[in-house]
Design a binder for this molecule. Structure first.
Ligand SMILES: C[S@@+](CC[C@H](N)C(=O)[O-])C[C@H]1O[C@@H](n2cnc3c(N)ncnc32)[C@H](O)[C@@H]1O
Length: 253
């Protein structure tokens, strides 16, 4: 065997992909009622075994995808890992792929197997028409407190944050401004295949500090935008609200 990472968890600082996959799937299933998961699995099996051609994704929503992942991912991972181990044995010592494309990759089981076989980081492209499957495969770590669709209605606004940039005199000359700083607006998404610990909620506007109260616009884990008012009566929480910045998690950890 010339692929040390496959059987040597110590080859990574982190646990082996097989253990991480098991832990991640357990974490995902935590929030799904067992009856809903079982119902989704039955429907998926019936669809996959049936002869009906489909012209739309069978994996329709997050419940389908979580059920599919729990039901199929460990087995697919082991099968692909086993095939890749044989393949790796035939290759010159030290060879590893530069990149990896998985066509019809669903929740990305094969990508986990590739990582297990060849340690290291490489660009990965997973192509699939089932967006919920892709979303599950790349659990969002930040800024969203969930891995579902953005609650902002397209065209009405955009999810963004702001970073203050000091302006040098050259910068001011070039840009023609007089302030010693400018605010750069930006948007980002950080996704990971590792178990993520997203923020409980996130402050998505500049907090409005009023007398005795702070108004916070939050993106929440149930995929809604909500304004919350924190007043002096909230004690420590109020003091925290006066310090919280646009883009921070809420409440602070
Ligand atoms: C049987 S699943 C296998 C998923 C993944 N390769 C695995 O082993 O876990 C087939 C996948 O192909 C995707 N798929 C089927 N037809 C497709 C199409 N026309 N375009 C894009 N993806 C498609 C499905 O959404 C599904 O995720």
């Amino acid at each position: 065997m010339n692929h040390p990472a496959a059987n040597d968890p110590a080859a990574n600082d982190l646990a082996a992909p097989a253990d991480r996959l098991r832990a991640t799937l357990g974490h995902l299933l935590d929030g799904l009622p067992p009856r809903q998961a079982a119902g989704a699995v039955e429907r998926l099996i019936a669809n996959y075994r049936g002869a009906t051609p489909t012209d739309a994704p069978i994996l329709r929503d997050r419940a389908d995808v979580v059920a599919y992942a729990a039901y199929r991912m460990p087995a697919t991972f082991e099968a692909v890992r086993s095939a890749l181990a044989e393949f790796a044995d035939t290759l010159p010592e030290g060879w590893a792929p530069d990149s990896h494309v998985d066509v019809g990759g669903g929740t990305g089981a094969a990508t986990w197997a590739v990582t297990d076989t060849w340690a290291g980081v490489r660009p990965v492209t997973v192509l699939d028409w089932a967006e919920p499957a892709l979303a599950l495969g790349r659990e969002i770590a930040a800024p969203c407190p969930h891995s579902a669709a953005c609650p902002i209605v397209p065209g009405t606004d955009w999810c963004h944050f702001s970073a203050r940039v000091s302006r040098s005199s050259l910068h001011r000359q070039v840009k023609g401004g007089s302030l010693p700083y400018e605010d750069e607006k930006f948007s980002y998404v950080a996704a990971t295949r590792l178990p993520a610990a997203p923020a409980p909620s996130r402050v998505v506007r500049r907090p409005q500090i009023r007398k005795g109260q702070v108004l916070l616009d939050l993106c929440e884990p149930d995929e809604h935008l909500r304004r919350t008012t924190v007043t002096k009566r909230h004690g420590d929480l109020y003091r925290a609200a006066r310090d919280v910045d646009w883009g921070d998690p809420w409440p602070p950890g």
